[in-house]
Design a protein around this ligand. Structure first.
Ligand SMILES: *Cc1c(COP(=O)(O)O)cnc(C)c1O
Length: 354
């Protein structure tokens, strides 16, 4: 009954997550999950933690996890913030660092949660068009702004922007916070964490959902100057003192200890991505260069929403965005080779008809 709502609630336009179907027989290539499970060492740690200790609240500061992240990335724990998925980290970023009255800048084609957070926190924004080949053009981000955010690699394009370009942006934009959302960086990008010591207005976010195969555990983090981190801690401690439960803190920390599993599974995804790209091109798809665990592609002659519907009939779910500029594209998550087999069997069937 909306008459009981706080007035702003009726104007919210919430994010629509990719479908999580209840049927398990489907080939699920729509939300960029990792096809390889979490490291067995992570599962062991989580099982060990799932005992009597659950009666106690977790560490509100997630110190063990912060140290694991800090050690892994060669920063100090005071430069690390952790949250319940990087979506939560981003929410606190928008609330604590972007709510300054000036427009936030991000690409017109990007992670669709950004405008949602702008709505939630009433932040004006300006969407800067990607160029014709869907690349970010750094010189377009030089206007007056209350902050800048984009994923690198970008989503849903998969395109990676060289670190030198980010540094070029930071060298001219030093009055507002620049956030690089590196949800997919482990699949072929290069992290900007190496720049945080030189640029106190740079914040880098990452997630364990994709490259560490822990989407169900909900862990993300940010790395940046301690002053930026403190703003996030203030928001977090005014919102929920315990966003990460015991299983999440311990399991996430353990994932940074199993480097060989991490590398092996990332490399398997990267190798399968390259195979997918050639097979898609052979079927007359145009594929954007991807440094992520998905490919963004369009068929030269066939309608994207019809292809998505046809794939679904064969039990293959991909993501189609009904949005300007990209409505003829499909975003397809890289799965195991056997997932690709199902995908390409279906595509071959669909493309033979007509
Ligand atoms: C998946 C994704 C996230 C969110 O990751 P979670 O940690 O699972 O909340 C953030 N940004 C981008 C660009 C993503 O694709």
């Amino acid at each position: 009954m909306s008459r009981f709502w706080s007035p702003f609630v009726k104007d919210l336009v919430p994010y629509v997550p990719g479908e999580q179907p209840k049927l398990s027989k489907l080939t699920k290539l729509n939300t960029n999950e990792n096809p390889y499970g979490p490291s067995p060492q992570v599962l062991e740690v989580i099982k060990a933690e799932a005992g009597d200790a659950l009666r106690l609240y977790p560490d509100p500061n997630s110190d063990v996890l912060k140290s694991a992240i800090a050690d892994y990335h060669g920063v100090s724990a005071s430069q690390v913030f952790v949250g319940n998925g990087s979506d939560e980290v981003l929410a606190h970023v928008f609330h604590g660092l972007f709510q300054n009255g000036k427009p936030l800048l991000f690409p017109d084609i990007t992670y669709s949660f950004y405008p949602v957070y702008c709505g939630l926190y009433q932040i004006p924004f300006e969407a800067i068009p990607l160029d014709e080949s869907f690349q970010i053009r750094i010189e377009e981000y030089r206007g007056i702004n209350g902050g800048i955010i984009f994923p690198n690699p970008n989503a849903p394009t998969g395109c990676f922007l060289a670190l030198a370009e980010i540094e070029r942006l930071l060298s001219v934009n030093n009055e507002t916070v620049v956030v690089i959302d590196e949800a997919y960086v482990d699949f072929g990008g290069e992290t900007a964490i190496s720049l945080v010591d030189r640029y106190p207005n740079l914040l880098v976010t990452q997630t364990l959902s994709k490259s560490r195969s822990l989407a169900g555990l909900r862990v993300g983090f940010a790395v940046g100057h301690p002053d930026l981190i403190e703003a996030l801690e203030r928001i977090k401690n005014s919102f929920n003192s315990y966003p990460l439960d015991r299983l999440a803190q311990m399991g996430a920390a353990a994932s940074f200890a199993d480097q060989s599993y991490f590398e092996q599974t990332c490399n398997a995804v990267i190798a399968e991505r390259e195979t997918m790209v050639s097979r898609l091109e052979a079927l007359d798809f145009q594929v954007l260069p991807s440094a992520a665990n998905f490919v963004f592609c369009r068929h030269r002659h066939r309608d994207a929403s019809e292809l998505a519907a046809g794939l679904r009939e064969d039990g293959v779910i991909v993501r189609h965005f009904n949005m300007a500029r990209i409505d003829q594209y499909l975003r397809i998550t890289v799965g195991r080779p056997e997932d690709s087999q199902v995908l390409f069997n279906s595509l071959q069937r669909l493309l033979l008809v007509n």
